[in-house]
Design a protein around this ligand. Sequence first.
Ligand SMILES: *[C@@H]1O[C@H](CO)[C@@H](O)[C@H](O)[C@H]1NC(C)=O
Ligand SMILES: *[C@@H]1O[C@H](CO)[C@@H](O)[C@H](O)[C@H]1NC(C)=O
Ligand SMILES: *[C@@H]1O[C@H](CO)[C@@H](O)[C@H](O)[C@H]1NC(C)=O
Length: 392
Amino acid sequence: MAVLHIIYAGCRRRSWNLETAILLIAVILCLLVILQMDLQNKKSQNLQIKTTDKQNFKSEAQITSPDLFLNPAHKCERNSSASKITGFSTLPKHIQDFLFYSHCRHFPMLLNVPGKCGGPENSADVFLLLAIKSSPSNYERREVLRKTWASERLQSNMWIRTVFISGTAQGGFEKGRLNKLLELENQQNQDILQWDFEDSFFNLTLKQILFLEWMERFCPDAHFLLNGDDDIFANTDNMVHYLKGLHGNDGSKHLFVGHLIQHVGPIRVPASKYYIPVQVQKSDRYPPYCGGGGFLLSRFTSRVIYNMSHSIPLLPIDDVYMGMCLEKAGLKPVSHMGVRTAGLHLPSKNLDSYNPCYYREVLLVHRFLPHQIFIMWHEIHRKDLGCGKLRI
Ligand SMILES: *[C@@H]1O[C@H](CO)[C@@H](O)[C@H](O)[C@H]1NC(C)=O
Ligand SMILES: *[C@@H]1O[C@H](CO)[C@@H](O)[C@H](O)[C@H]1NC(C)=O
Ligand SMILES: *[C@@H]1O[C@H](CO)[C@@H](O)[C@H](O)[C@H]1NC(C)=O
């Protein structure tokens, strides 16, 4: 502003004296130098980012340093006026916490794998990206998944890539220890995305949005996405087969399939894990959504959801929140027979619910223990598994 003022004044007077002229030239020179420095700075920043992405992909080097772009400069402050909401003091502590922090959507990234999809410009090589929500302490689950359905591989000529999405433990020594654990895991496997927020049930929506933001930046062209929990059995062979067989949709059109839930609303029972008081959501209706154990979506739909999320206040139930984003975009989630987030319903109690023949046919079943996943993955791949006409 000061500079403009001098120039303006100079013009007005017309007859410049020497002093003004020198001052003016000095100022212009300064401006040029500053501009030049700024440009160079930006260029080298861009270059640095590009080269680290590339290097990371080529050498699979371990990048555990935080990414500048995903690190907000300021810590998100608690909104203390939330406590003025009527009935606030009667709400359970985790809901109070949610209300205090629900405006916070950016947290520092602790672990990143920027080269996961070969850099954004090569990410179309990834056919199916597995994004698995996993709390820091779920070490055994991640280990088993890496060896089974979430193993990164070329399946029917299509690349499957995997990331585990995590926050941090609540605090104290345990937080530090588990951060170390994830860092070690990431050094070995390059498959952890971690942000510095408390990994709690009511922060799952936050986790989801942070992941979608990551995908937009680091893996924008992966064709399809499996979003799921770390306690599901996902038959990723079948998923690739199903997604390859979609007619006219290579990820560039809408797709959102899972276990469809509709005609329900918030649970108003304070003791429930899913309790949502009117202070969090007034409406008694939830939009149609797919159960959060796991669902498949196209990159088109994941982008639309991320886009919509900017203008929809967070609801702590992550799968319902996805439904809200879809509804706002005028898109519908649909049911797929093969997604059994509510478990299998067998015709008789005498049947073995872990008979591998059932799991050869499905896409996804919820709630498996690590050892059950390990056994099942090997069973369904047995060449001599005779199943005949057994179906569910
Ligand atoms: C803080 O909470 C109050 C009460 O719920 C709300 O009106 C306000 O918009 C919130 N501020 C931010 C920054 O979210
Ligand atoms: C979500 O994470 C933030 C940041 O760690 C934390 O302050 C807040 O209490 C968490 N919210 C819930 C509901 O757990
Ligand atoms: C995202 O939203 C903006 C408007 O907010 C719109 O112009 C753009 O097309 C949207 N992109 C997608 C992929 O939906």
